[in-house]
Design a protein around this ligand. Structure first.
Ligand code: 13P
Ligand code: ZN
Length: 272
């Protein structure tokens, strides 16, 4: 039988978390990823469900994610270590039919469990699946310049979006719907989960002020590409702060939107 540890899912998470660590985004145990895996893909490795143990979710998951399988980074685990020992640092869980328990199928050796941000992840999966049934990834990380930028500007998604779009011509093309913004909140809670998921109804990106960012996508490249574009743009913004001579004109942003046929976030750029 094929071993799950050799699957493309474990390989993809292992490779991206190594990259993210090397980018300096995921210090210590910072960051977490959850990957929704379709049942037919799970069956290639597990012909039937045999559970190792159950983990209490401590909240009730939305119906849309019940009976679904997620490969999830473990709480307290370091991104840099996943590639060396996926079976300790990752876990494959099935959300039970009542949405209250995660059944463990594989991983979390040594008694680990899902990231402390699992409420935000599952609630965000539910929100994204309702607008995009192909969404598979929720990614959370602590990119340095994105956090710097959120620290230096008002907690406002129109302002954050506008400053990003006006700093890098790629920004409006990659995230025309803009970026959602939450104020600084206590992380790892149901409250921040609900607030993040509410933003995920309209955005694939949500900034957690003073903490980090969430990205959603159909695959790892999608979610990572969104966050990587925000981080590159935030770096440009922070490095040029106080020295800007050539800000991207509104007409260029509107021109890009026209060229790529994009529906851009309303209220950010005034149409003339
Ligand atoms: P976990 O170790 O529980 O995944 O938490 C890391 C983190 O980034 C908290 O926001
Ligand atoms: Zn975090």
């Amino acid at each position: 039988m094929k071993q799950f540890i050799d699957s493309k899912f474990v390989k993809e998470i292992s490779e991206i978390t190594s990259n993210m660590y090397r980018l300096g985004w995921d210090e210590r145990n910072g960051g977490n990823i959850s990957y929704l895996i379709d049942e037919e893909d799970v069956r290639e490795y597990f012909p039937k469900d045999v559970f190792i143990r159950d983990i209490d979710l401590q909240f009730t998951a939305d119906e849309i994610v019940r009976n679904k399988y997620f490969l999830v980074t473990g709480t307290g685990k370091y991104f840099k270590n996943i590639i060396k020992d996926p079976e300790t640092n990752l876990g494959l869980v099935k959300i039970d039919k009542n949405g209250q328990t995660a059944h463990l199928l594989w991983g979390y050796r040594e008694g680990g469990k899902m990231t402390s941000e699992f409420p935000s992840h599952l609630m965000s999966h539910a929100a994204r699946l309702k607008v995009n049934p192909n969404n598979r990834i929720i990614m959370h990380t602590h990119p340095t310049y994105t956090i710097c930028m959120g620290t230096c500007i008002p907690t406002d998604e129109v302002i954050f979006t506008k400053k990003l779009w006006k700093s890098n011509t790629e920004a409006v093309v990659v995230f025309p719907e803009g970026i959602g913004v939450l104020p600084c909140m206590v992380c790892g809670t149901i409250e921040i989960g609900k607030a993040t998921a509410e933003k995920m109804e309209n955005f694939r990106l949500v900034s957690w002020t003073n903490h980090g960012i969430y990205g959603a996508g159909d695959n790892i490249d999608d979610a990572f590409g969104l966050i990587e574009t925000v981080e590159k743009t935030a770096q440009i913004y922070m490095l040029t702060l106080g020295h800007v001579v050539n800000e991207i004109p509104d007409e260029v942003i509107l021109g890009l939107a026209k060229l790529w046929n994009l529906k851009i976030m309303p209220g950010v750029i005034e149409e003339k």
